[in-house]
Every structure is written in C-alpha cells, then in structure tokens.
Design a protein around this ligand. Sequence first.
Ligand code: MG
Ligand code: ZN
Length: 185
Amino acid sequence: MVKLAPQLKPAIFLDRDGVLNKDVGYVYRLEDLVVLGGVVESLTKLKVKGFLLIVVTNQSGVARGKFDLSAVSLFNSQLEKEIARQGGPVIDGFYVCPHHPEGIVEAFKKRCDCRKPSPGLILQAAKEHSIDLKKSWMIGDKDSDVQCAKNAGVRAILAQSEKYPQTIKSVDVALDLKDALKYIV
Ligand SMILES: [Mg+2]
Ligand SMILES: [Zn+2]
C-alpha cells in the first residue's frame, strides 16, 4: 500500500495576549485571564469553516524571569477551559516562544528562530498539524505578528488594540478578532 500524504488543512494562527485575552502586560496570573468580547463566537465560526485554531505567542517573561514555563502552560490550559466553558471550540495547538536575547534566565536567553516576527512557531505548527500555509491566516495585534505571518507565507490581519497602535500599512486591519472575520468568512 502506498501511504498517502496527509491532506493539508487551513489554519488560523492566533496571537494570544490582546487577541484572545486581555493584555495586561506579561500575562500569566490566572486572575488576569479575561477572554475578550466576541472571541468565543468567532473561534466557533472559524472551527465550523474547517480551520484549525493554533495559538502562537511570544512569552519573553520566561526568559526575563518573571514567570516560568509551567505558568505559561497553566494559563494556556485555563484559557482553553474558559473558552470551552463559554461554549467555544477546542484549541488545536499552543506554540510558545519563551526566549529573549536579553533575558536573565540562562536557558532562555538567546536569539531564537521562534520569537515573532521570526516564523518558527508557525512553521513548527504547520509541520506537526499538516497545515496548508497558503490557505491560512495569522491574526495578531502587533507589527511583529504581521511580519511573522509574512515571513511564514500566510496572510495577516492586524487586529489593532489600543495598547499597541501599529504602523504597518500594507495589511488588512480590523478592530478585533470578531471584526477580522470579515476578511476570512
Ligand atoms: Mg498580542
Ligand atoms: Zn524562541
């Protein structure tokens, strides 16, 4: 029997802080977990349309010694639980960059290829989930998210937050995740 190559699937790559949950800066405390308005219904719509939901997040707070990897995992699983509790879908994957070149935790102080705008997290997810990058999108609230998408070869939507007014002009702009869906579905 010839083993068939897996069918490639489209995905939505989602920045976490400022797109799914409120960004209070170095988010890791469970009490700071607030799922933003419109997120649950938007994720449900995307899932129904056949997109995988993949979170790609820079967490340099790990390299900076503000919290550790287990705190990131705990926050991510709590975020997933909260989305499910509100009737939303399963998140297909969480991909985290814990590095920073100026970190203080030796193990994570480095110039990596996974910190956005580098495309490492998207490329890793694409490999592990058989994702068709050409049919996929990245939604983020920073220029680095948009640049990461461009570097990985996926389309980008900038969901602008007030916290980080952005400067990249050559990109579709939305108010938030819910508004970003107008470009996709
Ligand atoms: Mg963000
Ligand atoms: Zn990294």
